[in-house]
Structure formats: C-alpha cells, structure tokens
Design a protein around this ligand. Structure first.
Ligand SMILES: Nc1ncnc2c1ncn2[C@@H]1O[C@H](COP(=O)(O)OP(=O)(O)O)[C@@H](O)[C@H]1O
Ligand SMILES: [Mg+2]
Length: 488
C-alpha cells in the first residue's frame, strides 16, 4: 500500500506531498489541476517510465517542470508498504546529466540506478510495467483496453498479460509426470512381489557376517600398518644418525689428508734448512745489533751537532749583515762636510753681530744729526742746514740697506743651523756603527769556519740502512733456525 508520495518540479507540480489512507483515496480538482500527473508520477516512481514515454509521445526530460520557469531537475518520492516492510523509492531526472534512482528497504539502501530499482520493484510488487499499465493503472481515456482486444485473441491475450499461460503449461507437465510415476510404481510393485524374503534375509546375514570379518581384518591390518610405520620411523632415525656419522668420518679423513700433506711440506723444508750453528748465528746477531745501536747513537749526536752549527751560522750571518750595513753607512758618511757646515754657521753668526753693531751706530748718528743745529756732532765743524739734511738722508739710505742685509743674514743663519743639526745626528749613528763593527770583529772568518765544519760533518753522514738490513736478515735466519730446532 502506498503511504505517501512527494513530487518536486514534476510537470505542473512544484512541490506536492500527498498522504494516503486505508480504503479508497480520490483526487478531486478542475481540469488541468494535475490529477493525472500524480498517477504518472506513481507509474514513473515504480517503473521509471509512463505510457506516454513508452509510446514516444514525450521524452523523459519533458517530465521536468518547464512552466513558468524551466527547472534543472525533477524528483519523485514514493513511500509504500509490502509484506510488512517499509520501502522508499527516489527517482531524479536532470536536464543535462544522467538520472539517478535509489530504493531503500526499512531505511537500508538495496538498489541504486534506474534499472536496478525497477527490477527490485518488480520482485517486491510481483508486477511488471506491462501488467501495471494494462490492469492496475489505466491511462486517461484508455479504460476500454480489454474491450478493444479482438474477440478471437481476447482469452489468450488476457492469459499472457496475467501470465496465466505459465500455469497452463505447468499443469500439462504435472499430468505427464504423474503418469510417469504411476508407471514406475507399478513396475516396482511387480518386482517386489517376485522377491523371496527368507532367502533375502539369509543372504543379508551372510553378507553381514562377511562384512564383520572384513572389518576385523581391516582393523588388524591397520594395527600392523601402525606398527610398521613406527618401525619405519625408528629405522629412518638410525639411517639419519648413520649418515651424520659418515659425514663426520669423511671430514676427519679429509683433515687427515691435509695434515699428511703439511707434514711432508715441513719435512721437505727441514731438509732444505742450512745446517748452521744456532749459537754462532746468535753471537753474530748480537754483535751486529750492538754495532747498529752504537752507530745510531753516533748518528743522533751528529744530528745535534749539525743543528747547533746551523743555528750558529744563522747568528753569524745576521751579524755579518749588520756589519755590512754599518760599513756602507760609514762609506757615505762625510765628516769634513759637517766641519765646513759648522764653520759657515759661525761665520754667518759673526757677520750678523757686526751688522747689528753697525746698525746701532747708524741709529745713534742719525739721532744726533737730527738734534744738533749748525754744528757737526762728530767733528764739531760748521754744518749748514743744507748739508745736514743731505747727511741725514745718506745715513738713512745706508740704514735701510743694512736692515735688508740683516734680515737676509738671519734667514741664511737659521737655515744653515738647521742643516748642521741634521748632519749632527748622523755623527751619533756613525759612532754607534764604529763601536758595533769593532765589537763584531772578524765575523766573516768565524762564519766560514763554521760553514766548513758543517760541510765536513755532512760529508761524513752515517748510512744505517745497510747494517739495519743485515740485522734483519740475521734475525729472520735466527728465528727460522730456532723454529726448525723446535720442530726437530
Ligand atoms: N513539463 C511541464 N511543466 C509544467 N506544466 C506541465 C508540464 N507538462 C504538463 N503540464 C501541465 O500540467 C497540466 C496537466 O495536468 P493534468 O494532470 O492533466 O490535469 P488533470 O488531470 O487534473 O486535468 C496541464 O495544464 C499541462 O499544461
Ligand atoms: Mg486528467
């Protein structure tokens, strides 16, 4: 029984939800209000199609609402009950993608996609679209379907629709099967009546006895097999042990062969060994070792000496360089020039003093001439005004020249003095070098002496490698002989 149906965007239904109750349910409405559409939706919900679609009068997409606005999708939901189970169908169609369908039984998803859902519904309702559309849901104006069938075919068409022809076929097959069984039953009854029961019982007893005997034989055979299996297991264990022992024996045999080979190698080597006195070799070895040690000590001593000589030579080379530097300085140092400078400085100083005196005299004479009237201040002769003025003028000219000379002299004197002081410093340096050269003495001689000594020592360098080799040879010989002695 259908409990509920919901249509969304399905033809003229924007969103319609209808609940059905027990008994008859009737849709009432004016023409075009959507009553037939509800039946279409039920048919579409169950079987994914409608009579108009089947007859190709419309396409599935025409089911989607296109007025007043074109919608993208439509959905039909049917909730129904069958065999005390609740089912819910949902089918959706879309304008531009493939449609979707699902079926749930008591909430659990049991089919997905249009074909699966239709197949499941056909099983649940035991009705297919053909029967549903002809017998249960009569399309508008098609209630007269049965009347339109041609009278001659009417029976068989209705049988086909209701699948009644299957029952007719089954009935015919059952009759023929029944006859077959009846025949068989008769045949068996006849066979049975020919049997001698006592004879059969005797035979059965014999067979049972024989069977019992066979069972007994079987169990004794089984017992034997078990015993034999145990024995086999034991023997296999022994075989395993024997194999292991064989392996061990073979290993030992191989070891023995190897040992024999080693022994013969050693014996050959023993034959080859020189027959020398071990004591003698040892003595020689000791002697060579002491020789080697002494030489090594000597070598170390010489190395120390060499390093001492090298440091001494370095020292002397430094001193020589210092001496050469001093000598070079003294070569360019000019004592005479300093003396001349001193003299020039003194001369300049004396001239300057004389000039200063002259200046003082001139100053005084001019002052006197300016104060005296009519008489000469030096000779006291008559001095006319004209003459006096001339004298003053002459003296003043002289004083001017003298002043110029004094300035010039002062400049010359101070530059000379500076020159002299500079040169004077070199005197100290020269004295230092003189003293140092005296101290250093014959550095060249000493240096060449040490260099000669170093050359001599280097010429006599000790080569320890030969004697070391000799000691090593003796040592190996000694070891070989000793081990040979032990082997013997
Ligand atoms: N895809 C559609 N979108 C919108 N309206 C539609 C669509 N297909 C059909 N219709 C309209 O649905 C109405 C049909 O309703 P119908 O179920 O036949 O009414 P009733 O059976 O109550 O007379 C018509 O008015 C028709 O124009
Ligand atoms: Mg109608």
């Amino acid at each position: 029984m259908i409990r509920e149906i919901e249509l969304i965007n399905f033809k003229s239904h924007k969103k319609t939800k209808l609940k059905f109750t027990e008994g008859n349910n009737i849709f009432v409405g004016i023409s075009g209000s959507g009553k037939s559409t509800i039946l279409d939706a039920i048919c579409f919900g169950f079987f994914g199609t409608t009579p108009k679609i089947q007859k190709k009068r419309i396409k599935i997409s025409d089911l989607i609402m296109d007025k007043p606005f074109k919608e993208e999708s439509a959905n039909v939901k049917i909730i129904f009950e069958s065999d005390k189970k609740n089912y819910e169908i949902n089918r959706s169609i879309y304008l531009n993608k493939s449609s979707y369908a699902e079926l749930r039984e008591n909430g659990k998803l049991i089919a997905i996609n249009q074909a699966q859902v239709t197949e499941a519904i056909e099983k649940i309702l035991k009705v297919d679209y053909e029967l549903f559309s002809k017998v249960i849901y009569a399309e508008q104006n098609k209630l007269d379907y049965f009347l339109t069938l041609p009278p001659g075919n009417r029976m068989s068409d209705i049988d086909n629709l209701l699948k009644l022809s299957k029952f007719e076929l089954a009935r015919a097959k059952t009759t023929s099967l029944l006859n077959k069984f009846k025949n068989q039953k008769n045949m068996r009854e006849e066979t049975l009546s020919n049997f001698d029961e006592r004879d059969l019982k005797e035979k059965r007893r014999e067979i049972e006895e024989y069977l019992e005997k066979l069972n007994k034989d079987l169990s004794s055979l089984e017992e034997n097999t078990r015993k034999l299996n145990n024995q086999l297991e034991e023997k296999e264990k022994i075989l395993e042990d024997l194999k292991e022992q064989k392996n061990k024996m073979e290993n030992k045999k191989n070891m023995l062969i190897e040992l024999n080979a080693t022994i013969s190698v050693f014996q050959n080597e023993l034959k080859k060994l020189p027959e020398k006195d071990l004591g003698e070799i040892e003595k020689k070895l000791k002697h060579e070792e002491t020789l080697y040690n002494d030489l090594e000590k000597e070598k170390i001593k010489r190395e120390k000496e060499i390093s001492f000589l090298i440091s001494k030579i370095n020292e002397l080379e430094k001193a020589l360089a210092e001496k050469k530097e001093g000598e070079l300085f003294l070569q360019t140092f000019d004592e005479e020039r300093i003396r001349i400078l001193k003299k020039e400085e003194e001369d300049l100083k004396n001239t300057l003093v004389t000039c200063e005196l002259k200046k003082q005299n001139l100053d005084e004479a001019i002052k006197n001439l300016k104060t005296s009237k009519e008489r000469c201040p030096t000779c006291d002769r008559e001095l006319p005004e004209e003459k006096r003025k001339e004298l003053i003028k002459k003296k003043e000219e002289k004083l001017f020249l003298l002043n110029k000379k004094i300035i010039d002299l002062k400049n010359k004197y101070s530059s000379k003095k500076r020159e002299f002081e500079l040169e004077n410093k070199n005197i100290e340096k020269a004295n230092f070098f003189k003293k140092r050269i005296e101290q250093l003495g014959n550095v060249e001689g000493e240096l060449s002496l040490y260099q000669k000594k170093l050359e001599e020592i280097k010429c006599k360098e000790i080569d320890l490698s030969d004697i070391k080799k000799e000691v090593m040879n003796l040592n190996t010989l000694f070891e070989e002989l000793k081990s040979a002695e032990i082997k013997k």
